[in-house]
Design a protein around this ligand. Structure first.
Ligand code: PLP
Length: 379
């Protein structure tokens, strides 16, 4: 790398290159001001009230109904929720959704973690793990011994997305970690049995909650395992979560602001046209960002295959001559935050969220801002 002539942190972006909102992180991610205003308006009647009473239960009910609508869930699918976020759900699924053996597609930090949980469980057989190099993705293969296929809709650490489909010839459940994909990427619910996520990404809320869209087959599996001899800690018991969810409650106290902000974002997206609208908005952002990178003489998309490139999380590699970490630092000093890459990936790149809350015009402005910073660093 060449030494910089300019002191990087002295670079000041002109007002025309400042996005309307400078938050491009992959979670927690941008929360829209309208959501906060709506929360503020109910601060004296909703916040600080019992989650066992109608005021809060009605909002949980709206979230469950809003999800049914947003994802066009078929008859019989149920919306479950509980505390602890996606990382907690992996443990719950290990206890209560895998019967004997799972298959995991592992292509980055997040997709590898559920596999580790399943491997550590003494009551399960060792999982089958199919790996691919970061920046690409593996293919699920039907295996008669497998009773749960663990897919990841969007690998947030690398910016690789996959089309969700049941492996050909398979009979097991299909469970999808959709934490960063849910709400921004198209999905056909008949292709999954359990589509789970947390609301701090496309749903523009805070972390700490998990939601799971479950098919009748998944509900049947949850009930059967819960009725078996297997020891399941109550906090991770999906049958307890199912029973509470049906009452629009959670097993223990949830964060009320998180549920409210989630519901506001969901309502907004449903009002605008639902999943098709949200995915279209992410497509637009992705088109802007990837075409900029492909036309750039110092940046390029990290993900080689166009069909694998995520439309909700973009990873952009930089030429060795430019230190992406310095670019991210300059952007941060100018109020444009969280463009740093996933730390364990260890690449000279920026990672940019293009969730539905992010305005595609702000993505375009960001591209201009990056050009300006790189130009200033080289002058
Ligand atoms: C963010 C993320 C997680 C972790 O979610 P938590 O709610 O922090 O546990 C898991 N999987 C994917 C794909 C993610 O993007």
């Amino acid at each position: 790398m060449i030494p910089y002539m300019t002191e990087p942190l002295d670079i000041v972006l002109p007002a025309s290159l400042l996005p309307g909102d400078g938050r491009f992180g992959c979670g927690p991610s941008k929360v829209r001001k309208d959501q906060i205003d709506a929360l503020s308006a109910v601060s004296g009647t909703y916040l600080g009230t019992s989650h066992r009473q109608a005021t809060v239960k009605d909002v949980v009910g709206e979230v469950r109904e809003g999800m049914r609508q947003f994802f066009s869930l078929p008859e019989g699918y149920e919306v479950l929720l509980g505390n602890g976020g996606t990382t907690c759900f992996w443990e719950a699924a290990t206890f209560g959704l895998i019967e004997r053996k799972s298959q995991h597609l592992s292509f980055g930090e997040f997709s590898s973690k559920f596999a580790s949980s399943a491997k550590a469980a003494p009551f399960l057989e060792d999982p089958e793990v199919i790996k691919a190099e970061p920046g690409s993705r593996p293919q699920a293969v039907a295996n008669a011994e497998v009773d749960l296929y663990a897919l990841t809709h969007n690998e947030t650490s690398t910016g690789v997305a996959m089309h969700i489909a049941r492996p050909e010839g398979s009979t097991g459940l299909v469970a999808v970690d959709a934490t960063s994909g849910a709400g921004g990427l198209r999905v056909d619910p008949t292709e999954f049995d359990c589509y789970y996520f947390a609301p701090q990404k496309c749903f523009a809320s805070d972390g700490g909650l998990w939601l799971a869209l479950c098919s009748p087959a998944a509900v049947e599996r949850i009930e059967r395992i819960a009725a078996s001899e297997r020891y399941i800690p109550a906090f991770l018991d999906l049958k307890i979560a199912l029973d509470n969810s049906r009452l629009n409650q959670t097993y223990n106290t949830p964060a009320l602001a998180t549920i409210f902000l989630l519901n506001e974002q969901l309502r907004w997206m449903n009002d605008q046209g639902g999943l098709e609208w949200a995915a279209g908005r992410c497509d637009r952002s992705a088109e802007i960002l990837y075409s900029w990178a492909e036309a750039s003489d110092f940046a390029r998309p990290f993900v080689e295959l166009e069909q694998d490139r995520s439309h909700v999380v973009a990873t952009i590699d930089f030429d060795d001559a430019i230190d992406a970490a310095v670019v991210a630092k300059v952007l941060r000093a100018n109020g444009i935050v969280d463009t740093e890459p996933y730390r364990k990936l260890g690449r000279n790149q920026l990672r940019i969220a293009m969730f539905p809350a992010v305005d595609p015009d702000d993505i375009a402005t960001l591209c201009g801002a990056i050009n300006h910073v790189v130009g200033a660093l080289q002058s």
